[in-house]
Design a protein around this ligand. Structure first.
Ligand code: C5P
Length: 242
């Protein structure tokens, strides 16, 4: 592969300049961090699995008309994506109480929520990604009211579709985080799903046993982390590459 100019290195991914203007190459690393980088480690093979899982889920979402930054997978660890202006928000959707919601509000982990809840966090690691509300988002100009309307509509569609798709393979989508970007094309701006959708950003529990198949295995030292990610890929019908 030709050497590409590195533009940005994040905790789990690296972005390189793409082959054409307006494109980027997203490289998936095996590095894992938790609790805002206080815990660091490596999950062997995670990058390869997340590249495949995110490709698969973004393609399925595009099939139902959800716009994304994804163009195509290039190889085991890289995918070609459209360059977008990332909106500095982590959008979390919750269907079942877990993680910070359980800790903060004292709701027992595993409690099904009366309806899906959307939360916003300001993407700023030096501030520990604080939770914010719509008033903060629009007042500080991170997104307009129209952007937020689009984000909520897309997020709910993503949640409904992925919840059903995963339930079909015996996985409960407990919660997940997504990020959005602005895509400028033909003098128009569209909000599109960006970043990745993988077990790094979702809580995925076996629907029957409740077994965790996501990054909580790493966060909580449950062991068999890679196996959890592999099981998600296997159930989605994503076969190991020859
Ligand atoms: O920790 P918390 O319960 O708030 O996480 C909710 C969901 O958002 C989980 O699925 C977690 O994997 C995801 N998340 C993430 N990146 C963060 C924070 C949370 O992917 N920085």
């Amino acid at each position: 592969m030709a050497r590409r100019r590195q533009l940005y290195e994040g905790k789990a991914k690296i972005l390189f300049e793409g082959p054409e203007p307006g494109t980027l190459v997203q490289y998936f690393k095996d590095d894992a961090t938790a609790f805002n980088s206080q815990k660091k480690g490596t999950i062997t093979g995670k990058g390869v699995l997340n590249n495949r899982i995110s490709e698969y889920l973004m393609m399925r979402l595009m099939d139902i008309g959800v716009p994304t930054h994804f163009i195509r997978r290039l190889n085991m660890r890289e995918q070609l994506i459209r360059e977008v202006e990332i909106i500095p928000l982590e959008v979390v959707v919750r269907n079942v109480a877990a993680g910070s919601l359980s800790t903060r509000l004292g709701i027992q982990e595993g409690t099904r929520l009366p309806r899906s809840i959307i939360e916003y966090y300001y993407k700023n690691s030096s501030l520990n990604n604080p939770m914010v509300c719509e008033e903060h988002i629009t007042a500080f100009g991170w997104a307009s009211t129209q952007d937020l309307d689009d984000i909520v509509a897309l997020t709910l569609r993503i949640n409904d579709f992925l919840s059903g798709l995963l339930l079909g393979v015996g996985i409960t989508l407990v919660d997940f985080k997504v990020e959005f970007g602005r895509l400028y094309e033909n003098e128009e701006m569209r909000i599109v799903l960006a970043d990745e959708v993988s077990p790094d950003n979702c809580r995925l529990w076996d629907s029957k046993t409740g077994e965790k198949m996501d990054k909580d295995r790493f966060r909580r030292d449950l062991g068999k982390v890679e196996e959890g990610y592999q099981e998600v890929a296997r159930r989605l019908g994503i076969l190991p590459e020859a």
